[in-house]
Structure formats: structure tokens, C-alpha cells
Design a protein around this ligand. Sequence first.
Ligand SMILES: Cc1cc2nc3c(=O)[nH]c(=O)nc-3n(C[C@H](O)[C@H](O)[C@H](O)COP(=O)(O)OP(=O)(O)OC[C@H]3O[C@@H](n4cnc5c(N)ncnc54)[C@H](O)[C@@H]3O)c2cc1C
Length: 258
Amino acid sequence: MADSTTDVLICGAGIAGIASAYHLSVRHGIKNVLVVDERPPLSLTSDKSTECYRNWWPGPGDAMVRLMNRSIDIMEELAHESGNAFNMNRRGYLFVTADPDRIRTFTRVAEEAAELGAGPVRYHNGRPGTQDYVPAPPQGFEDQPWGSDLITDTALIRKHFPYLSERTVAVVHPRRCGWFSGQQLGMYMWERARERGASDREIHDTVLIAAAFCMFNRYVDGLGTWAPTDPDVYRQRAPITARDGYASSIHRILAQQP
Ligand SMILES: Cc1cc2nc3c(=O)[nH]c(=O)nc-3n(C[C@H](O)[C@H](O)[C@H](O)COP(=O)(O)OP(=O)(O)OC[C@H]3O[C@@H](n4cnc5c(N)ncnc54)[C@H](O)[C@@H]3O)c2cc1C
């Protein structure tokens, strides 16, 4: 192993560990960050995710909305600097109902999210004077509205969401939401962190060596082998192994067997 000390040790190479490594090494200039994990990066939970994001969260309190607004700011920065290497889009989420009684709930939830900081509600009810509904583009994340669109104008719902049931009476379309490749984002951050000196190499060596010895031990047990107890045997063999190599000395021992 190259180093036995490190400035920062991060346990776990999921998206949380990798994002921490990125921020510490790239944004805060800490040179010696080591990520330890028995698994390859992003291979436990972080490669199972649906990979959707949203700032649209209910209360109580505004903690989730604030956390997500900040997180989405950072993801948008990363999308800009990387040329959107992780395909971040801004298609939004869509909540749909065919139950007229639920319109009141949809309205309350959209207004609550707005009060918590998720952005304004735009009402599209077919009455004159309402704002135009701006559909989400399939790709890209820039220059999009935030907040949410509450659509109760059924003609507008049919026009923009023709695949929904004709019984649909309301949709809420939260807008600072969408999808990105978490794997690509993770690898982008990990590569940048490694360029600044972050590492997972030492632990891979350690885990590999430990795994190899586990395998050797099981192999030895499984074959019912024995080992000499007299230390002199090892003292005599060691120079021979050093001189002739391991394979030659084994060959010599086997040749002496009856
Ligand atoms: C089906 C599914 C869908 C999801 N959809 C979404 C979604 O749409 N949007 C969203 O935001 N989130 C979603 N999530 C949640 C998201 O995937 C997780 O919150 C996120 O991946 C967790 O990342 P993590 O780094 O905390 O954990 P993990 O990815 O689990 O990484 C933890 C790592 O720590 C390692 N580890 C454990 N113990 C130790 C130790 N003692 N020492 C060293 N290493 C250790 C593990 O080996 C592992 O590699 C979804 C999750 C699932 C399962």
C-alpha cells in the first residue's frame, strides 16, 4: 500500500460517499481523500435508483424543499460544467386524478409546496386571463418554469397528455423535477475527485489481498492439508524458495514424494 494515513476517510462509495469525495477534494481543495468500500463504486443502492429528482415536497416544515432546491442548484452547476454528461432533464412530475373531489386536495398540496419554497402555482382552468401552459421539453433542463401547473381545463389536459384516460379531471405538473443518470453523475464526480488526488486504490489492494487469503485458507482446509510445526523447516525452505522461486520449490517437494 502506498499510504498508511489519509486526511479524510469516507466509508462507502455510493452516491453519498462519492459526492462527499467530490466536494471535499474538488470544491474544498483537500488533497488526500480516501474512499473505502468492499464493492465497486455505485454498485449497491446507487445503481438501483429510478434516478428522478424533485423539489416538490410537502411539509411539515420546509427542510426537504430547501435541501432539494440547493441540491438541484448543484446538479445544474454540474450539468453546465460537464456539458450535461449525465443527461439531466426537466420533464417534471405528473400527478393525475379522475376524481373531482381530489381537485381540492391537489390545490391544497400545490399551494402548500409553493408556500414552502417550491415555486408558484399557475392555475389553468379554462377561464379567460389565465397564463399559458408551457409544456416541458423532452431533453434539457435550462430556461424552464419552476413551481407547478394545476390544470383543470380538460381540453388542455387532452391536448398535452393525450395518453391519459378521458376520465382525467385534473393534473398537477411540478416543474423543478425530472430525471438524470445517477451513475453518470456519480462517475463524473468520481473522475474529477480522482484528478484532485482522491483515491480508492489502497483499499482495493487490501480487499483483494484479504479475499485471496480467505480463498487460500478455505482451499487448504478443504484439501485437509497440514503444515509443519517445526520452525526449522521454514528456515531451511525460505532461502530455497527465494533462490528458485515458489513454483520450482513446490516442484522439488513433489518430486521427493513417493
Ligand atoms: C428501487 C429504488 C428506487 C429509487 N429511486 C430514487 C429516485 O428516483 N430518486 C432518488 O433521489 N432516490 C431514489 N432512490 C434512493 C437512492 O437510490 C438512495 O438514496 C441512494 O442511492 C443512497 O446512496 P448512498 O450512497 O447513501 O448508499 P449506497 O448506494 O447503498 O452506498 C453505500 C455504500 O456503503 C458501503 N458500505 C456499507 N458499510 C460500509 C462500511 N462499514 N465501510 C465501508 N463501506 C461501507 C456499501 O458497500 C455501499 O457501496 C431509490 C432507491 C431504490 C432502491
